[in-house]
Design a protein around this ligand. Structure first.
Ligand code: MN
Length: 723
């Protein structure tokens, strides 16, 4: 166990290191790294009052718990000298070699950015650096985690504001990384410390509750350990069992989800260690035969390891005295990986290099690593990158399975579309449907933990639907769908453009090959400032470039430059956008526009656009009372004169009682090209009221209709009305 917050010396460090590093050269290099750092930091005190060298010593000491190699330990001892002292990367390289120098430099780069972290753009660029830094040498991040752990242990010296800032950054970026790297022992302590400074009242109330119930819980756990141990021994399974304290942060997370303290049943927890995988299942069977398990709480992470390599059997049983116990069963080797994750691979070397092994393992076994790399190559914008990583990779995740049993990690709320694209873009692009746990589901189905998902593909599928961009949850899937369309649009426009040109040439009885002679092509590209013919075709295909202007470049060679410019600007005017909406919103092309159903405006009415939350723009009559007090949401709109159709609107007719009057009213519609969509009749003592919804082309026709109806005898009044 690491000593926490106790003064340690280089002798303490060497003693621990010697237990797993035997090479004397390596040991003496660690000593000289210490001497150099001690000299550099000499006379400097930390805020805690200790000599500064205590900090790098503690960081190295923390790393011995994961049996860090000597290069990492040297770099840990030297990690602050570049930043705080009068030395250079070159000097470190001369003294300790390039690998250690690079590690120290890597940590320094991350820290430097962190220290001016009040600028949010810097913080973001900074986070990207940390995330991407994983791909170079993961040991930089591991040193950074240990550095942060020691700083968090001594965070009490700082003012509250700084404490909260550091705690938040730790939770946002560093603990998710520790978790994804499988380094639970660091993750747990970092989380608990962060909570202590971020929400001290919650933290201490949990600590107090735990203390109050400690005697009772300890007693129950001890009894249960004894009983489980007996069963295993009786059946010849060699084992060790430990009672296990849940971390304060994990309790906080459950309380935060609305659970009561006494409902968190895995407060009582045991961990059973055995030698082989087979014994894990044997132990599980023996425990289940004696204590009733809760079926939904059983998880087999041995057959289906978590994406951070974690393996274990989890079960919850009604144990001693009716208490619920969460029991984890694993081998010693699984435990090593569960606690130290990627760092449990220190001891394997490939061509003498630890880092190669670790980087390889990361690429093969850690999905988050691949996701980060993919997002890094696709997302140039820092802010978007960090947002995507935080949402796709670090937020609440679910674990789902392929039909073959491979685990896929996705953010909560993901759909079959996200799954398909996570598996392979080829699968996503050819997807035609999804089957979850043997049931066909719609593509917007929200995947649940443990779902088994089969994606149906069809090799003839044309590709994803644009709608999927809105359904997908992950930036990864959205990016891949967008890039599919970027590519497809390009291909399609290219073909279409070539087609347009060849048709137009045929029409003008010009030969395609002659027209596109080398000489002409050079002239056309130069004139239009295009790179190549593809660019020409794409612009023809997407309608940005009228085909006539291309042909004119060659056929009207005698024109002056002014003529050409003039013609271009004229052509530009002619190309009117086809607006499909009934109503045009100035400056906005692709927005949903709806005509309001309360006041039902018709062309000719004075109208106003109203920006709704989430549903585009609704067009109201300017006089509609429903929008009067929300002027900041108004936007100027006008009717699209290119569209002629009939619009529904409300007309109210009040009449004296008369049996045939409705027929007479209806007869007036035919004069005005109006039809009636619906009629509601309200009968009163002396009069009738008819609420009509009529379809009408414009306001003039409507006014004419209203005055026609007013002429009908026994009609008292006719008016439009707003609901
Ligand atoms: Mn430091």
């Amino acid at each position: 166990m690491t000593k926490k917050n106790i003064h340690i010396t280089i002798q303490d460090l060497i003693e621990v290191v010697s237990s797993y590093i035997t090479d004397e050269k390596e040991i003496s290099q660690i000593e000289s790294a210490y001497q150099f750092a001690a000299k550099m930091h000499f006379g400097v005190k930390r805020l805690t009052g200790e000599d500064y060298i205590e900090h790098p010593l503690q960081v190295a000491y923390i790393l011995t718990e994961i049996k860090a190699d000597s290069e990492t330990l040297c770099a840990a001892l030297l990690h602050d000298v570049l930043e705080d002292c009068d030395t250079s990367k070159e000097e470190i390289e001369t003294l300790f070699g390039p690998t250690i120098a690079n590690l120290v430099d890597g940590v320094t780069k991350i820290n430097k950015l962190n220290f001016d972290g009040d600028n949010s753009a810097t913080t973001i660029a900074n986070h990207r650096k940390i995330l991407v830094g994983l791909c170079e040498d993961v040991r930089v991040i591991i040193i950074k985690l240990a550095d942060r752990l020691h700083n968090m242990r001594t965070l009490w010296v700082h003012p509250e504001e700084k404490q909260k800032e550091k705690a938040k950054e730790t939770l946002d970026i560093l603990t998710p990384i520790a978790s994804r790297l499988g380094m639970n022992y660091m993750k747990s302590e970092l989380e608990d410390l962060s909570l202590r400074y971020l929400k001290p009242d919650v933290y201490y109330s949990i600590v107090e509750e735990l203390n109050q119930t400690k005697a009772e819980r300890d007693n129950a756990v001890n009894e249960m350990v004894k009983r489980v141990s007996e069963i295993l021994t009786e059946n010849g399974v060699k084992h060790e069992i430990k009672g296990r304290a849940k971390s304060i942060y994990s309790i906080y997370k459950k309380l935060d989800k609305g659970k009561k303290f006494n409902e968190i049943y895995d407060l009582l927890a045991l961990r059973v260690f055995v030698s082989t995988e087979q014994e894990c299942y044997q132990a599980l069977g023996l425990i289940h035969s004696k204590y009733r398990p809760i079926p939904k709480r059983f998880k087999d992470y041995i057959a289906m390891p978590k994406t951070n390599m974690y393996q274990s059997l989890h079960t919850t049983v009604f144990g001693f005295d009716g208490y619920l116990f969460e029991i984890q069963i694993r081998t010693y080797e699984m435990d090593e990986i569960a606690e130290h994750g990627i760092a449990s691979h220190w001891s394997y070397k490939e061509n003498g290099s630890t880092v190669a092994v670790m980087q390889n393992t990361m690429e093969q076994k850690l999905q988050f690593f691949r996701s980060i790399m993919e997002l890094n190559s696709e997302e140039p914008n820092d802010e978007q990158f960090v947002k995507s990583v935080t949402e796709d990779v670090f937020k609440d995740t679910i674990y789902v399975y392929t039909p073959k049993g491979d685990v896929i990690e996705l953010p909560a709320g993901s759909t079959p579309i996200d799954f398909a694209y996570k598996v392979h873009s080829g699968v996503g692009d050819k997807m035609v449907g999804a089957i979850v746990n043997n049931n066909i589901v719609p593509l917007d189905y929200q995947l649940q933990n443990q779902d088994i998902i089969k994606i149906n593909t069809n090799k003839n599928a044309i590709g994803p639907s644009r709608e999927w961009i809105n359904i997908a949850k992950t930036a990864q899937a959205k990016n891949k769908i967008r890039s599919f369309f970027r590519k497809m649009d390009k291909d399609e426009y290219l073909k279409k453009g070539e087609d347009i040109l060849s048709k137009e040439l045929r029409k003008r009885k010009l030969s395609f090959n002659e027209f596109l002679s080398n000489e002409n092509v050079v002239k056309i590209l130069k004139e239009l400032k295009y790179e190549d013919l593809s660019e020409l075709y794409i612009n023809l295909g997407n309608g940005k470039l009228p085909v006539g202007s291309v042909i004119n470049i060659i056929t009207e060679e005698n024109d002056t430059k002014e003529d050409i410019i003039l013609r271009k600007t004229q052509i530009k005017d002619v190309v009117l956008p086809t607006v499909k909406n009934d109503v045009i919103v100035e400056g906005i092309d692709e927005i949903k526009v709806n005509v309001a159903s309360c006041c039902k405006p018709v062309p000719g009415d004075h109208i106003v656009g109203y920006i709704t939350k989430g549903y585009g723009i609704t067009v109201h009559q300017a006089i509609c009372p429903n929008i009067q007090d929300l002027e900041e949401r108004h936007i100027e709109v006008k009717w699209n004169s290119q569209i002629s159709k009939r619009y529904p609107t409300n007309v109210l007719v009040r009449t004296l009682k008369n049996d045939n009057i409705l027929l007479e009213i209806i007869s007036k519609t035919s004069n005005n090209n109006i039809s009636i969509q619906s009629i509601n009749t309200f009968t009163h003592e002396n009069d009738n009221t008819y609420e009509l919804v009529v379809l009408v082309e414009d306001k003039d026709k409507l006014t004419k209709f209203i005055s026609d109806v007013e002429q009908v005898s026994n009609v008292i009044e006719v008016q439009r009305f707003i609901k």
